[in-house]
Design a protein around this ligand. Structure first.
Ligand code: MN
Length: 170
């Protein structure tokens, strides 16, 4: 996995965002974070730890706990693991200029598979390349099963959909 695009887009002498140096992968459950990013357009960034980076999607309307809502999620470049704890202001003129706050965070896993990290990553890697993630969030706001599904509209367009479980809200 590469952070080349992430690094190319940013001037680290101007932004306080992490430089993306290689750090060791964590242990235990895989982490996720959702940033609320007030850039030129407000959006939410869903980031999933996988293979030593944060796989990232920009969700213009934000995640929904209602299974009826299909939220567009634009697949964007991998972010460094350290980005999971980043919040603050990206200066004007820089990529993504605006404020970033942590909207939700926690751990996640492939749906229906109680497996350790390496096996979970293997499953998720497959699902990612197949364009259909079926995952369970254990966050403060995001809870239970979600699908993240690649669409045919464009290469980068995915949909984030809450599954109909006991955490779903109408
Ligand atoms: Mn963003």
């Amino acid at each position: 996995m590469t952070l080349t695009t992430y690094k190319e887009k940013r001037h680290f002498e101007k932004t306080l965002e992490p430089k993306g140096k290689k750090i060791a992968s964590g242990r235990g459950p895989l982490r996720f974070v959702v940033h609320k990013h007030q850039a030129s357009h407000l959006h939410w960034d869903l980031r999933l730890e996988l293979d030593g980076v944060l796989k990232s999607w920009a969700v213009p309307k934000g995640p929904s706990m209602n299974p009826v809502d299909k939220r567009l999620a634009q697949h964007v470049e991998d972010h460094p693991l350290e980005y999971a704890s980043f919040h603050g202001t990206i200066p004007e003129g820089e990529y993504g200029a605006g404020t970033v706050e942590i909207w939700d965070e926690g751990v996640y896993a492939p749906m229906g598979a109680e497996v350790e990290r390496a096996e979970a990553e293997k499953i998720l890697r497959k699902q990612l390349s197949a364009g259909h993630l079926s995952i369970v969030f254990l966050g403060k706001k995001l809870k239970g099963e979600f699908a993240l599904v690649k669409t045919h509209f464009s290469e980068k367009s995915w949909l984030l959909i809450k599954a109909n479980d006991e955490y779903a809200k109408k």
